[in-house]
Write a protein that binds this ligand. Structure first.
Ligand SMILES: Cc1cc2nc3c(=O)[nH]c(=O)nc-3n(C[C@H](O)[C@H](O)[C@H](O)COP(=O)(O)OP(=O)(O)OC[C@H]3O[C@@H](n4cnc5c(N)ncnc54)[C@H](O)[C@@H]3O)c2cc1C
Length: 447
């Protein structure tokens, strides 16, 4: 089969790839120089939409509406944009072998691709209960969500069942967002997770208490402190029951699992420096995966290979340590940084080191929160966190070594979100936890 050669190749066609493509064009990439190779069937899109507006019963988001870069208020890159710019967008093409020594990639169909510079943007894949040998986990109507094909399967089952009981396994982002959207679709929703409260990696007990009460008020039944250990199915192989470790058995018409993700790095195993990352999530408590180690320009241990988005660890300048960030804002910014660094190095120039302020967000029901910085040290809660309020607005600060290092806000206006971002960036001194709790947003507005 014919071999194709490109100056630059991106493996993966997700969020990072889309933002990288836009930056390549800004930097003056020439027609024919860049290829994006993606196993998905569609051009890069804003993945967070899949667990939110994509599943709405009315007014659902659909492509081409949420192609990158609309999620950050930028231009929407339609499939024809890539053609106009002379970028080869090779869809439905899975790379199954990457030989970084000979700079050759091989697809499942046997095509080979050569490159001068490679950007690895393969993202993550979901952890499946079948991977952990959970009995009956291969029954029909047990769903996961990562790519648009998965979201389409969910849309289909929601339409087919119309109503019924949905069991959501996992109490992280995906579990919370999917529970909300299934409830909006008229399902009777039960969430199951082993931790004492939802989103334990970010939320304090106080923050979680608000969301759990709000969800309960909306009719979502939360079952904490236990895990799904097995599933039974009917004669057609469709899931009917979820067996919990504490002995309870829940009826189910559909099951949606959100128990974490694993970065897709196996293609590169042993070829670049790697780091071990632990899996800490709601259903599976331990395990290890490999991450690709990069510098502040997202360059790996090989000079012509970069890694961005979910697969990379990088120096977090603000905190003086090495981190991985599995969120959309970083996938966009790391991609842009890598492309800028590639062009700078070709011109014998240097650019500023990546100086990232962690930023995560989520939306469900009428709620919307943002978080900036680091959730370490002591936390205080402020504002109206009564789930029965007509418009709850509250937040949290995290204080370490006398400085405010992290800030969370539910229901904030854009300028208020900007104010808490500034707090997390500048890390102002905090006189006392009590004062911070009392001042709340006023503290941020003075910074
Ligand atoms: C449903 C959902 C909702 C989310 N919501 C939020 C949110 O609200 N806020 C937030 O901050 N973050 C959210 N995230 C996380 C965010 O979307 C990811 O961190 C981000 O997409 C990572 O970008 P990436 O480019 O590294 O990987 P991805 O966007 O996952 O892209 C990876 C691409 O590589 C392709 N690929 C993988 N292997 C190969 C191969 N061998 N050959 C060819 N192609 C390959 C994949 O098919 C995919 O197209 C959400 C994630 C999901 C799944």
């Amino acid at each position: 089969m014919a071999e194709k050669s490109f100056k630059y190749v991106i493996i993966g066609g997700g969020v990072s790839a889309g933002y990288a493509a836009r930056e390549f064009v800004k930097q003056g990439v020439q027609p024919g120089e860049l290829a994006i190779i993606s196993k998905e069937a569609v051009a890069p899109y804003e993945r967070p939409a899949l667990s939110k507006a994509y599943l709405f019963p009315e007014g659902a988001a659909r492509l081409p509406g949420f192609h990158v870069c609309v999620g950050s208020g930028g231009e929407r890159l339609l499939p024809e944009w890539y053609a106009e710019k002379g970028i080869s967008l090779l869809l439905n093409t899975e790379i199954v072998k990457a030989d970084l020594a000979s700079k050759t990639l091989t697809s499942a169909a046997g095509e080979t691709f050569k490159y001068n510079i490679l950007i690895i943007a393969t993202g993550s894949t979901v952890l499946k209960l079948t991977d952990f040998g959970v009995q009956g986990a291969d029954s029909k109507n047990i769903f996961y969500l990562r790519e648009i094909d998965d979201a389409d399967k969910l849309v289909e089952i929601i339409k087919a069942k119309k109503t019924g009981t949905a069991i959501v396994v996992g109490g992280g982002y995906i579990g919370l967002e999917l529970s909300a959207v299934l409830k909006i679709n008229n399902f009777d929703v039960k969430m199951v997770y082993p931790e004492p409260w939802c989103m334990p990696r970010l939320f304090t007990a106080d923050i979680a208490a608000f969301y759990e009460s709000y969800y309960a008020k909306k009719g979502v039944n939360i079952i904490k402190g236990t895990v799904a250990v097995g599933f039974t199915s009917n004669d057609d192989g469709e899931v009917k029951e979820v067996k919990l470790k504490d002995g309870r058995v829940l009826e189910a018409d559909i099951v949606v699992v959100g128990v974490g993700a694993r970065p897709l790095t196996t293609l590169f195993k042993g070829q670049v420096e790697e780091e071990k990352g632990g899996i800490k999530n709601s259903q599976i408590s331990h395990g290890l995966f490999s991450l690709l180690q990069t510098d502040e320009f997202f360059k790996t241990s090989l000079p012509d290979v970069y890694a961005v988005g979910d697969v990379a660890t990088f120096p977090m300048k603000m905190y003086g340590d090495i981190r991985r960030v599995e969120h959309v804002d970083h996938s966009r910014k790391s991609a842009e940084q890598a492309v800028k660094a590639i062009f700078a190095s070709e011109q014998g120039k240097t650019i500023e080191a990546y100086d990232y302020l962690p930023y995560f967000y989520s939306r469900s029901f009428d709620l919307s929160w943002q978080f900036y910085g680091d959730n370490v040290g002591d936390a205080v809660i402020f504002g109206d966190h009564d789930p029965a309020s007509a418009k709850p607005k509250f937040g949290s600060y995290w204080i370490k070594d006398g400085k405010v290092v992290g800030a969370f806000l539910e229901g904030g206006a854009p300028e208020e979100n900007q104010a808490i971002a500034k707090v997390a960036k500048l890390q102002p001194a905090a006189s006392s936890l009590d004062v911070l709790a009392k001042e709340g947003l006023e503290f941020a507005s003075k910074i």
